[in-house]
Each structure stands twice: as structure tokens, then as C-alpha cells.
Design a protein around this ligand. Structure first.
Ligand code: GDP
Length: 298
């Protein structure tokens, strides 16, 4: 898998390598550390992670000669140190079942596709999965989810376009409970243009869920599109306010040079990162392996 993962992060890695190339073989002095910090910011790691990595390099190697290659390895090690604490696969532990996973994110972030991929990951672990089409605003979203559900062979609870998402979620939890389904993954609307409405809708879903099982939703997973760079981080702030967020999935890391934003998100928010999307196929969602990702990025 690491080879495909490497392919996924190729542009991000190329960008970081090119940016760090300013250094050459040099004594690690303040000016070189400034260059490193700038290179990291230019690579979308964000000011906070860039600062932290700079300070760590300084503590460990100030005044020592460092080659380009050693620098890159040292940066990879610091990135891994930032990523390790947040790497947390989505686990099915709920008792009683089902585990209810609410998936949120703006339209176009890869939410629907990620739901199918998450279901597939659960299936690989022999869990029974059910989907609920809680984004009733977009007929296309319901259709797309239905297509995925067929393809991977999981039941989908859906209602009419414009139907009440909370009542669909209610039906889905009932059905999943009756069937002894392990995990219920719920799609939700992603209309951030109307924040108030979205907030009310998600609050209503939460209320219905809470009535059926006080622990539900067990997970509120925010899907972020890495191609949005720093803008993806703003979405974390907004969705934390709108819905509460328990963990992240970052998508579209393939084909973007802005994958450094994953490190920025880890450093600035400390939210669990469950998985990363590195392609459009069903098995292109991978559990988040911090050491591998750090090695591939830097
Ligand atoms: P939604 O509007 O948030 O539900 O987004 P979709 O799931 O419909 O995804 C939007 C587009 O992004 C689709 O064409 C997906 O195939 C694509 N997509 C989703 N995740 C990834 C990913 O990790 N990599 C790539 N390259 N494309 C992705």
C-alpha cells in the first residue's frame, strides 16, 4: 500500500522537497531555520506546526551541519511526532449496537464517496453496515448514495427528496437495531451557505438519535477536502460550532500539493484523524498511518 500512498501524496511531497531545497548543506543557524519555517508554511503546514518544527530542529541540531537529506528526514520525524497523537481509526465499539456515525461536511468535499468507503472498511472487518440518506436536500446525493449502497451490498434507508432527515435517521436506527447492524453511517446535508438551517437540521437529528440511544451519535466525522488548503481548516471551526466534531477524514490528498494541511489540522485542532482519501475508488480510503504519511510527505 505504501507505494500507492506515495503516489497519493506525490505532489505534496514534491512541493515540500522543492521548498526545503533553499537550504543546501548548511550550518543550522537562525537564518537557515527561518528558511525552513518559511518552506513549511509555503507547504501548507500552517504557522503553528512550522514554528513547532523549527523549535524542535533548533533544540536538537542548532549549529550543526545538516545536509538537505538529513534536514528532510528530521522534518519527517517532527511531522510524525505531530501526527501520531491524532491517528485514531474509527472503531466499532458501541454497545448496544448500532454504532451511529454522523458524517458531515460541505457539498463536494467527498462526503458521499467517503461514506461508501468507510462502509467498505467496516465490511472488511466483517461488520454489518447500514447507510442512511440524511441529505434530503440534494436528490443527486440520495441517488449517488443508493448507487454506492447497491455496489457494496449494504442496505440504505432513504426518504423522498425534501423529506425530514431526522425521521429518516429515526427509521434507520430502528431498522439497524432490529437487524443487529453493527454500524449505521448517516449522510447529512452540507449547505454551509445557510448555517442556521443546517445547524437546526443537525441539532434535530442529534435530538432524535439521543432519544433512541443517549450515546448516539457515537461519532461525528467531518469530511474535509485537502485541495482547499487552509480553507479546510476554517471549515473545522465552522462545523465545530454547527455540529460538534469528534474526528476528521481528509479527502483528495491525491492530486493536490496542499496535503501539508493535514499536519496543520493535526497541530491546530488535535482532533482524531480517522482516515485519508487518496483516490476515487472504493478502497482508496486508508486508515491514517502517521509514520507512513510523514515519511511520504517529507
Ligand atoms: P459530496 O458532495 O461531499 O458528497 O462529494 P462526493 O462524494 O460526491 O465527491 C465529490 C467528488 O470528489 C467525486 O467525483 C468523488 O469521486 C471525488 N472524490 C472523493 N474523495 C476523493 C479522493 O480521496 N480523491 C479523489 N481524487 N477524488 C475524490
Amino acid at each position: 500500500w505504501s507505494e500507492r500512498l506515495f503516489g497519493g501524496f506525490r505532489k505534496t511531497s514534491e512541493r515540500l522537497t522543492a521548498n526545503l531545497d533553499v537550504v543546501g548543506t548548511a550550518r543550522l543557524d537562525e537564518a537557515t531555520l527561518d528558511d525552513v519555517e518559511d518552506a513549511l508554511i509555503l507547504s501548507d503546514l500552517g504557522p503553528s506546526a512550522a514554528r513547532r518544527i523549527r523549535e524542535r530542529l533548533r533544540d536538537k541540531r542548532f549549529g550543526l551541519e545538516i545536509s538537505q537529506r538529513e534536514l528532510q528526514e528530521a522534518v519527517a520525524e517532527e511531522i510524525a511526532a505531530i501526527l501520531r497523537p491524532v491517528a485514531k481509526p474509527l472503531e466499532v465499539t458501541a454497545f448496544p449496537r448500532p454504532q451511529v456515525v454522523l458524517v458531515i461536511g460541505v457539498n463536494g468535499s467527498g462526503k458521499t464517496t467517503t461514506i461508501a468507503k468507510l462502509a467498505h472498511l467496516f465490511q472488511e472487518d466483517d461488520y454489518e453496515v447500514m447507510l442512511a440518506a440524511g441529505d434530503t436536500f440534494r436528490a443527486a446525493a440520495i441517488g449517488q448514495l443508493a448507487t454506492w449502497a447497491d455496489r457494496i451490498g449494504v442496505p440504505l434507508v432513504r426518504g423522498p427528496e425534501g423529506g425530514d432527515p431526522a425521521s429518516i435517521v429515526f427509521d434507520a436506527v430502528k431498522s439497524a437495531t432490529d437487524k443487529g447492524t453493527d454500524a449505521l453511517i448517516v449522510d447529512t446535508a452540507g449547505r454551509l451557505q445557510n448555517k442556521r438551517e443546517l445547524m437546526d437540521e443537525l441539532a434535530k437529528i442529534r435530538k432524535v438519535l439521543g432519544r433512541l440511544n443517549p450515546e448516539a451519535p457515537h461519532d461525528v466525522v467531518l469530511v474535509l477536502d485537502a485541495t482547499n488548503g487552509q480553507n479546510a481548516l476554517n471549515q473545522i471551526d465552522v462545523f465545530k460550532e454547527v455540529a460538534g466534531v469528534t474526528g476528521l477524514v481528509m479527502t483528495k490528498l491525491d492530486g493536490t500539493a496542499r496535503g501539508g494541511v493535514l499536519v496543520a489540522a493535526a497541530e491546530q485542532y488535535g482532533l482524531p484523524i480517522h482516515a485519508i482519501g487518496v483516490g476515487e475508488k472504493i478502497d482508496d480510503l486508508r486508515p491514517f498511518d502517521p509514520d507512513l504519511v510523514a515519511r511520504v510527505i517529507a
